[in-house]
Ligand binder design. Structure first.
Ligand SMILES: C[S@@+](CC[C@H](N)C(=O)[O-])C[C@H]1O[C@@H](n2cnc3c(N)ncnc32)[C@H](O)[C@@H]1O
Length: 243
């Protein structure tokens, strides 16, 4: 662990040895208990089981709806990637206030979200192209899919391809996509997110690239770029602000 204390909230499978990684997903909870590790192969199949087996042990199990489990001003940086858009719009101010509370003065808040502007521009481009016959209908359909599918999805990813009994059970026991936190509840762009951060009391919000950061030696965290130097989540917007 680095001397700089960095939290990676809602880490999922995207963990870093240099961070305190925190998540509350079902795989993380199963991995954290002996019984969970034994029953996981019975509950999970295919990609989900493979993901579970690769999941780092270096993840703190915690439900962020209960706040961030650190004292006031005790953290140097807080990072979260593709988490904010899953929060209900009216929950966001409380979440940002928690990040503000745990950061030390001068600490960095780094946020990665899907870029609403990029998605909307891509949609308009395929629309314009379709009107003059220069865009394949499938490309236009895909741009609509990117924009709205994750907002309106009902059945959780993967569940719809299960065998009938398992599919029924998963839907009954685990709920739909929204109740499992899979859906996008809001989307952010280079105007709305910096504004929201300022309202929450953060200073100097800036849109950066995946490799730029005020967190020292950010590329070594391997959270926004692969070891080969590729961007992990193309189409993302990267915003930092200071406490
Ligand atoms: C879309 S995934 C993003 C995962 C990862 N940060 C990435 O960029 O690939 C959202 C993550 O937020 C986590 N999450 C959602 N609500 C949470 C909560 N209340 N407490 C902790 N983690 C939560 C989910 O379990 C999931 O791993």
């Amino acid at each position: 662990m680095s001397a700089v204390k960095v939290l990676n909230l809602g880490c999922g499978y995207q963990t870093s040895d240099r961070c305190i990684n925190i998540d509350w997903s079902i795989p993380v909870r199963l991995k954290g208990s002996r019984i969970g590790r034994r029953i996981a192969p019975l509950l999970l199949t295919g990609d989900r089981l493979a993901g579970f087996e690769e999941l780092s042990d270096n993840v703190m199990r915690h439900d962020l709806r209960k706040g961030i489990p650190f004292p006031d001003g005790s953290v140097d940086a807080v990072y979260h990637s593709h988490v904010l858009e899953h929060l209900d719009r009216d929950v966001v101010p409380g979440f940002l206030a928690e990040v503000h509370r745990v950061l030390r003065p001068g600490g960095i808040h780094r946020i990665v979200v899907p870029d609403l502007e990029a998605q909307a521009r891509a949609y308009l481009e395929t629309l314009d192209g379709a009107l003059v016959g220069a865009t394949e209908p499938t490309a236009h359909e895909e741009s609509v899919h990117v924009l709205i599918e994750q907002m309106v999805r009902r059945e959780a990813w993967g569940t719809s391809t299960r065998r009938p009994v398992r599919r029924w059970l998963e839907n009954r026991l685990l709920g739909d996509a929204r109740s499992r936190g899979e859906t996008h509840q809001w989307m952010w762009d280079r105007v709305s997110l910096p504004h929201e951060l300022e309202v929450a009391g953060f200073h100097d919000p800036r849109v950066l690239s995946n490799t730029e950061s005020q967190i020292p030696d950010w590329s070594s965290y391997l959270l926004d770029e692969t070891p080969e130097g590729e961007e992990y989540k193309p189409g993302s917007m990267y915003v930092e602000a200071t406490r």
